[in-house]
Design a protein around this ligand. Sequence first.
Ligand SMILES: Cc1ncc(C[n+]2csc(CCOP(=O)(O)OP(=O)(O)O)c2C)c(N)n1
Length: 634
Amino acid sequence: MEAKLLVSVHSPRDIRNWSVLQLEELAQELRRVIIETTSQSGGHVGASLGAVELAIALHYVYDTPSDKLIWDIGHQAYAHKLLTDRYEEFSTIRQLNGLSGFLKRRESEYDVWEAGHASTSLSAAMGLASARDLRKERYGVVAVIGDGALTAGMAWEAMNQIGQTKTNLVVVVNDNSMSIAPNVGAFSRYLTELRSAPAYTRMKQEIEQLLDSVPVVGGRLRKTVERVKDLLHHAVLPRNVFEELGFKYYGPVDGHNLSELIPVLRNAQLVDGPVVVHVITKKGRGYGPAEERPGEFHGPGPFEIHSGKFIKKPQPKSYSQIFSEALVELGATHPEIVAVTAAMPDGTKLDRFQQAFPNRFYDVGIAEQHAATFSAGLALGGMRPVFAVYSTFLQRAYDQVVHDICHQDLPVILGIDRAGLVGGDGATHQGVYDISFLRAVPNMEIAMGKDEVELRQLLVSALERPHPVALRYPRGASRGLDITGPLNPIPWGKSEWLARGEDATIIAIGPIVYAALSAREILAQEGYRVGVVNARFIKPLDSDLLRVVAQETNAIITCEEHAVAGGFGSAINEWFNEQAIRIPILNGGLPDEFIDHGSASYYLNFYELNADGIARRVRMWLHQKEKAPKQIKS
Ligand SMILES: Cc1ncc(C[n+]2csc(CCOP(=O)(O)OP(=O)(O)O)c2C)c(N)n1
């Protein structure tokens, strides 16, 4: 498409002398580009369409990049990317070697802060503003945070600090009353009240101006008048929560009206001390289907622009759906099962459980820490909580898992969704660390099936355990297997022999087991006798089986879609070390580096974790071993 205005915008400086009319045209063009691009590649279309005018106004008012603009999460910042010289590459967004779907400091000097997880912006802004003040530098600091992200404790920890200081920092609350799903909780309700009282707020601002304009003259009289003004202020004008915390409050402002937004941001910029600008926006603004179905258009794949229909190849059910539906099935006969999500009812598919058992479902907002300890409390009270959470977001609740769940050995089930590589969301979202950080914790048990049949069975087994259990499953489509069989448990801690082999045995965890089986076939054609074990359990390991492996085979290869450091393979190494059984072990997994956006299949190939890659590594390794002096097995 032709973007006649945007082609001439190489930096926000290029628009700073434009009229509001021109800026409005630019907004329309930005929307067209965002819709056209995301219709092909998918992406965070709804949030970004909602923040188009906000991005324009902020870059218009502030002298970026000297002034620092921090976006919370960064998923809403596509217009910011386009205004900062990334139009030419915009079609590569979220693809391998293309632009990131979030902000990246190496991508642009305008990307001041990198995120992907919610609610970090205010702490980062406070840090930046404090450094500025200490170094006696002069630049503006502005943080944009959504009403959803404002439900997180971390945001309030920052508000608590910012409100106490006199530092110059502007917090823009981008309030669209949506998280991914409709926003939840008491604070969200409070924002709704604040939003629905613009007439009151305007009256309040007028009274404030009036009071400020009362002239006061010298000495004691001045003090008395100031005091009377103060008293009047408090008597006439109840303050909102932001003001109580020490912020100056501007709003609510229509976030799609540049003539309103720009002057308010200018005023906020002039205030000495912390300010909240409360901006009302609409998720999906300007694209009918996204406005009507904001949840679905939060982060969709490709779609038809004219109909808003998603372009999807028919696929088996996702692992999330399998997990959630099994939970619904079990929920019918287990009234003690309760489901918990931290703002991800759609992503985790727990919305199915919500429909079936509304009283036993909790969406606590973007509050993973709270969700974990809340689950611990539920378990303490005799319920069987299942907290379904993406592996990456569980990182935030580590202390709660250690201190509140595991230390008290409470039987909470963590449904660890998106365990493994995640694709377009990239480095901040890869689910490849949870084995490492969970298996170090006493009482925690960790399992992962090779497919959806085992996922269902392991859920039944997990419910029988008196300890915390982490049950991992990957992002995306399952294998399409028949899951109509009975929901029988898998014996706890028992791995599965899939094939025996004298030359080497591959011990794999999760769906990568199937790649290991294919690798075995490739190698069999070359004369290698390779066994395959479906581990199923990371903790506890199946000691009996591992002993047999050591007796029957000359070498072990571990395979996991997870970081090698501290991962499943490390657990195997530790076990053999501890048993003083010497056997060569090769660990297949992901390296000690952050893995950017790009398809999971690309990275599985790149890191030799698909069938060909596993076969290649095993072949090379066995070949080298043949040349090396013989290892001694005890
Ligand atoms: C810690 C964490 N939990 C969950 C998510 C998933 N997530 C991404 S965007 C989003 C909604 C954010 O809502 P809001 O801040 O209001 O921004 P909006 O999308 O409405 O613009 C959620 C829950 C995340 N990024 N980080």
